[in-house]
Design a protein around this ligand. Structure first.
Ligand code: TRP
Ligand code: SF4
Length: 575
């Protein structure tokens, strides 16, 4: 397997960013990380469990962030993901989450995009879904276990759950043969079931034999073009077409849970998958029949102008001859003459360009009344659907060529109505999908955890004794001598062994994880004993997990999922 990411010259600040070249030398999209990042992982984890105080230290960050689904998953500075990519901090939404999972409580799940609707649905027992996918390129390992656990937790909280085998992607983008794919696919499914996925309630599928999924992928493909693939993924003239097809397939995966009914859906993944999530959110919006916005007159406003005009509308007593019927030009005139103090009072950011354009639009509208309304824009609606929408709107409405304004609906009601009409007329009515992001685990040997470096990770299929040995051989954050350790304390923040406790071995027991941390940094815990304890726990975990895998073999055989692909075909080059 070779990587081809020299193709990734393209920079597109707006959707993705290519990393520097050494960030791309590594294999293994899914689990690796830099030593630096793991220091900040542990620090963050520690922060949540110790004093809850200081934010993670900014000195930890280098200046590159790579979000490349098929390249390296090096994330050297998680803060950049917030600042540059608009990923939101999970901590902000945590209080809204019912019974948060320990990975959430400990900051392992550190970021999200638009998770609030999912949290709300879980709280209210409303429909919600969770879906994630696995490329069967190797053995499932403890990094994948994070995602398995996330799917299962959402299922336990009442979400519809989906797990998929990304076999088309593995074949087209990673050059795996169908034989290899079949073998690994089975292993992923067994581990997911062994960890508690309920296949009666949830759905497991392979990309390659899901016809409905492919039909959806085809439809989504009609809203995507090659320039976007270049911008987002760095595809170029050498990229094989099946790889591109695997991208629209993943877009379809992400929206698949909504085929029966639109609903908030969360995609738990590593941050390297964020470009896919953003693209899927875009495509979901592009498929909609109607866009709903708020407006004040017949003309269109951008978001900044809208905020300003809304504030000016509130001031109508100050300028309108008939305050119950303010005119656009009155508002425009007042705004043009407003001084700094007036503007300050409006509480909107003063930006001359926004101000000028808003004044101009208001002026041009002359005597037209200035009046709040919701606007339905016709994006993809059929004529019938547009007519039906106009019909269905209650109260006062005004119809234009490509939009209709409603005066007696609020924005939520309008959204609901738009979706209803869309669904009645053959549309999908997608809700933009949400995501949550977990930190990558540090390799046991320090540096990156990578499937291609066996000593760096623990496979869920490793012999329990081998798992024990790997932990015993792991690097630690310990001091040079026991004496020094007692005096200065260990560096749990920089210790892959501590991470094993926090991410996996301590399970739901926060007290225990905290105890390990406190004892370590307090100098009461020495690495020898600490590793012995971790190694034994790991051995126990692997024994139990592998027993469960055997127990669910029959369950897997009974499922409606093909374990042997009838497909033929030469694996393309790694692309
Ligand atoms: N691209 C993902 C990976 O590299 C696998 C995947 C395919 C996926 N479809 C998905 C992940 C849908 C989340 C949601 O591992
Ligand atoms: Fe790591 Fe444990 Fe040593 Fe602390 S005592 S540095 S947690 S191995």
């Amino acid at each position: 397997m070779t990587r081809d990411h020299d193709a990734r010259e393209t920079e597109d600040g707006d959707v993705t960013e290519t990393g520097d070249s050494d960030a791309r030398e590594t294999e293994d999209g899914d689990v690796i990380d830099t030593a630096r990042a793991d220091a900040s992982v542990a620090r963050e984890t520690a922060r949540l469990r110790t004093d809850g105080g200081t934010e993670s230290d900014s000195a930890a960050g280098a200046d590159d962030v790579a979000l490349d689904p098929w390249g390296s998953s090096t994330v050297s500075d998680y803060r950049k993901l917030f600042e540059e990519f608009g990923i939101e901090e999970f901590d902000d939404v945590l209080p809204e989450v019912p019974n948060p999972h320990y990975l959430m409580r400990r900051g392992v799940i550190f970021g999200h995009r638009d998770y609030d609707p999912v949290a709300e649905a879980l709280r209210n027992d409303d429909p919600a879904a969770v879906l994630s996918g696995f490329m069967p390129t190797g053995d499932p390992h403890i990094g994948h276990k994070l995602v398995f656990d996330e799917i299962i937790w959402h299922q336990e909280q009442g979400a519809e759950a989906y797990g998929l085998i990304a076999d088309l992607e593995a074949h087209a983008a990673r050059g795996m043969t169908w034989e290899e794919i079949d073998e690994h696919a089975r292993d992923y499914l067994l581990s997911l079931l062994a960890l508690g996925f309920d296949p009666e309630e949830g759905e497991l599928y392979r990309q390659s034999d899901n016809r409905e999924l492919q039909d959806l992928a085809f439809e989504l493909g009609s809203k995507a073009n090659f320039s976007e693939f270049q911008g987002i993924y760095g595809f170029d003239g050498e990229t094989n077409v099946s790889h591109m097809q695997s991208v629209v397939t993943q877009m379809a995966d992400i929206l698949y849970p909504q085929l029966e009914e639109p609903k908030p859906t969360v995609i738990p993944v590593g941050p390297d998958q964020d470009p896919h999530v953003r693209f899927a959110r875009d495509l979901a919006a592009r498929m909609r029949f109607f866009g709903v916005t708020e407006a004040f007159a017949s003309f269109e406003l951008d978001d900044a102008e809208r905020a300003l005009v809304a504030a000016v509308y509130e001031e109508r007593e100050a300028y309108a001859e008939e305050p119950e019927r303010p005119r656009c030009e009155e508002a425009g005139e007042w705004l043009a003459e407003a001084d700094a103090a007036d503007l300050d009072e409006l509480g909107v950011v003063d930006d001359d360009d926004v101000l000028d354009s808003a004044v101009e639009k208001l002026d041009n509208a002359g005597m037209e009344p200035l009046r709040p309304r919701v606007r339905f824009l016709d994006l993809n609606a059929t004529d019938d659907a547009f007519e039906a929408l106009v019909e269905t709107i209650d109260g006062e409405k005004r119809r234009y060529d490509a939009h209709v304004d409603a005066f007696d609906l609020d924005a939520d009601e309008a959204e609901e109505l738009a979706r209803e009409v869309e669904l009645d007329h053959g549309g999908y009515g997608f809700v933009p999908p949400s995501s949550i992001y977990h930190r990558f685990m540090t390799g046991l040997t320090g540096g990156k955890m990578s499937s291609s470096i066996p000593a760096s990770h623990i496979s869920l299929l490793d012999d329990p004794e081998e798992g024990y040995d790997k932990v015993k051989a792991a690097t630690t954050g310990g001091r040079d001598t026991a004496e020094e350790q007692r005096e200065l304390g260990g560096r749990a923040d920089e210790c892959p062994v501590y991470e094993l406790y926090a991410y996996l071995l301590a399970g739901d027991d926060d007290e225990f994880a905290k105890e390990v941390y406190d004892e370590c940094v307090g100098g009461e815990r020495l690495c020898g004993g600490c590793k012995e304890q971790a190694a034994e726990l790991m051995r126990g975990f692997l024994e139990e997990h592998q027993e469960k895998r055997e127990e669910v073999e029959d369950l897997l055989e009974d499922l409606d999922i093909s374990l042997e692909s009838p497909r033929r075909g030469v694996a393309p080059g790694d692309d």
